[in-house]
Design a protein around this ligand. Structure first.
Ligand code: FES
Length: 313
């Protein structure tokens, strides 16, 4: 799929990958703030670092330099560049930098495709994690400064995992649904990726739709056609097993990979071993083998049988 990026996004991306002066790809050694967000499973992770000019009063520390490393596509790199550009050279203290939200990143890039909004969220989350790291190093009590954390490092984040594919917890979901005004499951998938793989968390009791309903008071009923909890089926013939694996790949795995410009080819099935390869954009992704083993295999285990093993070819 060819994404419709703004001219500014394309230019920022090209400048970054060519390492032009003023771009920020890299990592600051002995950084004063280090934050990470995302998962390399889909090549979609960000490590953000910044340096401050230290003041005897840490609250007056000013960010002077910012850099990032990302495993991601055009939008992940452009969003990371936007984050650095919004921070660097503006004499912001780390606490002031927290005012930068994902929408600021989207605006800086003059828009992002809806399916890529999660890249801007990833930037805001990595920034918050880096500020938390700086605060710990400098002995700053963020809560005492009136800072309310909303990212994965917030105090109450030790909750039930709602989306197992992406490790997203209930407290995090509840905060983000409100903060980002997420009204539908599609909104959640676009911003957080939760619900975007096997789909089991979407309409399960206590799942995404239930949390949306509790938050907004809407009451969209679960579609009756949604698959129930995947269960292993005993007694499938080899032919039936093959058809089921093919169906799960076609209907669940492939649409997600295509959403990121990739694809998957099912090459062979022998007993419980599935031989397949990533194609398109996913083929060159640094996290390709992990994508196969963790996401594709997990989905097939969930929806077909626990004994399935995926082998990249
Ligand atoms: S459990 Fe949420 S997408 Fe799989």
């Amino acid at each position: 799929m060819a994404w419709q990026y703004s001219e500014k996004t394309k230019r920022i991306f090209m400048d970054a990958v060519q390492g032009k002066p003023g771009t920020h790809l890299g990592e600051i050694e002995d950084a004063d703030g280090v934050g990470q967000h995302g998962s390399i499973v889909c090549g979609d992770a960000l490590k953000f670092t910044f340096r401050v000019k230290k003041d005897p009063d840490p609250l007056k520390d000013v960010i002077t330099e910012a850099k990032y490393l990302t495993f991601g596509c055009t939008s992940a790199i452009a969003a990371s560049e936007a984050l650095c550009a919004l921070i660097e050279g503006h004499n912001l203290t780390p606490i002031q930098a927290l005012q930068i939200k994902n929408q600021d990143i989207v605006d800086f890039l003059e828009g992002l495709p809806q399916q890529k909004i999660h890249c801007s969220v990833m930037g805001a989350e990595a920034l918050e994690a880096a500020v938390v790291d700086w605060a710990q190093k400098r002995g700053v009590d963020l809560a005492a400064q009136g800072v309310k954390l909303t990212g994965a490092g917030a105090e109450d984040d030790d909750g039930r995992v709602v989306c197992k594919c992406f490790g997203v917890t209930e407290p995090y979901l509840r905060r983000k649904i409100k903060e980002l005004n997420l009204r539908t499951i599609d909104d959640i998938v676009s911003a957080l990726k939760a619900g975007g793989m096997c789909g089991a968390c979407r309409y399960a009791p206590g799942g995404l739709q239930d949390i949306l309903n509790e938050t907004w008071g809407t009451g969209e009923p679960a579609p009756t056609t949604v698959a129930a909890e995947p269960v292993a089926e005993e007694g499938m013939s080899p032919f039936q097993r093959y058809r089921k694996i093919e169906k799960v790949i076609d209907e669940t795995v492939r649409p997600v990979l295509k959403g990121d410009g990739g694809d998957i080819e099912l090459v062979d099935i022998k007993d419980w071993t599935v031989y397949c390869g990533l194609r398109g954009a996913c083929a060159g992704c640094m996290g390709a083998s992990r994508t196969l083993q963790l996401i594709v295999e997990r989905t097939l285990k969930d929806q077909v049988d626990e004994r399935i093993r995926v082998v990249p070819v």
